[in-house]
Design a protein around this ligand. Structure first.
Ligand code: NAP
Length: 218
């Protein structure tokens, strides 16, 4: 299967009325979204850069198209507080690099950060909204902002896992990097309490990633 349309849209050409909730994350073959040692200086952990090679130094035209279409399909983003602290940190996002890496940041969607407490200061300004009353509220607020486009949960591991576990995710999009990290930030830290069934919707293979899209069966 190599169906770019379905990877980007779920079903080719169609647009559902309500925003889909999509987990979209890069992962190693052994299930980690960062290498060990993730901190403000090493957002993907020490040696974790190959996780994002498909958006950076090994990006092929096919990777670029997946990135572009994912960006234009996204109406709002949800992230966890630890991911926010990294993107808002000194080595984080800028006017040029942000959601979708080097896509046009003027068109970047609003970001909803799930957290137990708001930060005192935000370097990156008013594109960020802080949600302290739970996952359902984050989805409601992101959907209200998304205008029918996708609500994308971009990570990190703990947050993506929580949304999956809560049954709030429609589509799981994994960019599987050809690396075994042996540790780091897991996507499935405690295993799911019960199995989660998935329907494969499409896959695209490039040297830097297997781009896999699944519908979460509810
Ligand atoms: N590979 C990729 O594509 C990718 C994508 C995104 C991020 N990342 C990386 O992933 C790492 C972070 O992942 P992580 O798993 O450590 O953390 P995370 O998911 O980014 O953030 C977890 C934090 O979010 C807050 N949170 C989550 N669920 C919540 C809830 N229901 N209610 C309130 N607050 C909630 C809590 O923060 P508080 O309790 O402190 O408020 C929690 O400690 C970073 O290094 C980042 O660079 C990788």
């Amino acid at each position: 299967m190599d169906r770019l349309d379905e990877l980007a849209h779920g079903t080719a050409g169609s647009r559902p009325e309500a925003s889909r909730v999509v987990v979209d994350i890069s992962m190693s073959l052994d299930g980690y979204v960062t290498a060990p040692g993730a901190d403000l200086e090493h957002g993907l952990g020490v040696g974790g850069e190959p996780l994002h090679a498909w958006v950076t130094d090994e990006r092929t035209p096919r990777d670029a198209e997946i990135l572009r279409r994912s960006f234009t399909d996204t109406g709002a983003v949800i992230m966890g507080r630890r991911t926010f602290d990294i993107v808002d940190g000194p080595n984080g996002w800028s006017d040029e690099v942000g959601y979708g890496h080097d896509q046009d940041q003027i068109a970047a969607p609003p970001v909803f950060v799930v957290t137990h407490s708001r930060p005192e200061k935000v370097r990156l300004g008013d594109r960020f909204h802080f949600v302290t009353d739970g996952l359902g509220s984050a989805v409601d607020r992101a959907r209200a902002a998304a205008g029918g486009k996708d609500v994308v949960i971009m990570g990190g591991g703990a947050t993506a896992y929580e949304f999956l576990r809560a049954g709030l995710v429609d589509i799981l999009r994994i960019h599987l990097a050809p690396i075994i990290l042996g540790g780091g930030t897991p996507l499935f830290p405690q295993g799911m309490p019960e199995s989660l069934r998935l329907e494969p919707l499409g896959s695209v293979s490039t040297p830097a990633a297997e781009h896999l899209t699944y519908r979460v069966i509810k």
